[in-house]
Write a protein that binds this ligand. Sequence first.
Ligand SMILES: Cc1cc2nc3c(=O)[nH]c(=O)nc-3n(C[C@H](O)[C@H](O)[C@H](O)COP(=O)(O)OP(=O)(O)OC[C@H]3O[C@@H](n4cnc5c(N)ncnc54)[C@H](O)[C@@H]3O)c2cc1C
Length: 278
Amino acid sequence: MAALPDPMVPIPYRIERYRKETHDTFTLELRPASDQALPPFRAGQFNMLYVYGVGEVPISISGNPENGEVIVHTTRAVGTVTSAMQHLKAGHVIGMRGPFGSTWPIEEAKGQDVVIVAGGIGLAPLRPVIYYLLNHREKFGKVVILYGARTPEDILYRKEIESWRKRLDMEVLVTVDRATGNWRGNVGVVTRLIPRGPFDPYAAVAMVCGPEIMMYYTVLELMDQGIPKSNIYVSMERNMKCAVGFCGHCQYGPHFICKDGPVFPYERIENLFTKREI
Ligand SMILES: Cc1cc2nc3c(=O)[nH]c(=O)nc-3n(C[C@H](O)[C@H](O)[C@H](O)COP(=O)(O)OP(=O)(O)OC[C@H]3O[C@@H](n4cnc5c(N)ncnc54)[C@H](O)[C@@H]3O)c2cc1C
């Protein structure tokens, strides 16, 4: 059996495909550029992506966990490293180490309804769960996907969402904060879609990812609908350097986001969630 790679040493991966998702968001599909490869990942985990000569950032894995050959990352360009990454092209090589962090509770959700609530780029870390649910649809109860974006132009994976919406075995609702162009869909924050989701709150697991303020109101609404907080999971982000629990950059109260998270049962971080300075 091949030895596991050193978690601190980036492995070269070549960009096989670059896809522009929105004006500031892009998806990279990567394959190993040498005979070394990262171990398989599970939904919810992230890799550290190293743009040579610029720096390294944590980015969630947004591809299919059952197709480990191609590693997929969807990134929004917000600063130094992600903007440099946005200008890469197919054929370029970046360094990657990982996968790191905790996972979405797919096993716990088996036999129950699954409610996915995503805001903006928060759909990327949840997409591996959706692939898993679709590949093993018989193992779950109702599947409800609720997605909110700022404007119609900010909607990620638009074609894929349209194909999910055509399926009769799950409910997919999309909303935008601000309608532009010829948008005729829902307008308003994603929390407003929650009461419309046809799930049984007493037998449902909710997975939530988006801006913290969105997650805060989403959790409140899910609990209002009757989902116990022990069945609600959120994914947290903090600035991060080592990703293996040494440096302390991503400390969140008593937790390190890199190794205790990014996915947390809401119950575990409830008392930190409302404190904006943490
Ligand atoms: C576990 C994890 C998973 C992530 N997954 C994704 C993903 O799938 N797609 C994606 O686009 N982004 C993701 N992020 C966020 C991404 O890591 C940051 O956007 C990136 O580190 C910014 O680096 P930069 O050098 O481009 O920006 P910088 O130049 O460092 O900063 C630009 C701006 O972004 C802010 N910022 C920097 N890092 C973070 C952060 N981690 N959280 C919040 N604000 C930050 C800074 O305060 C500054 O205002 C994830 C973060 C974590 C911790």
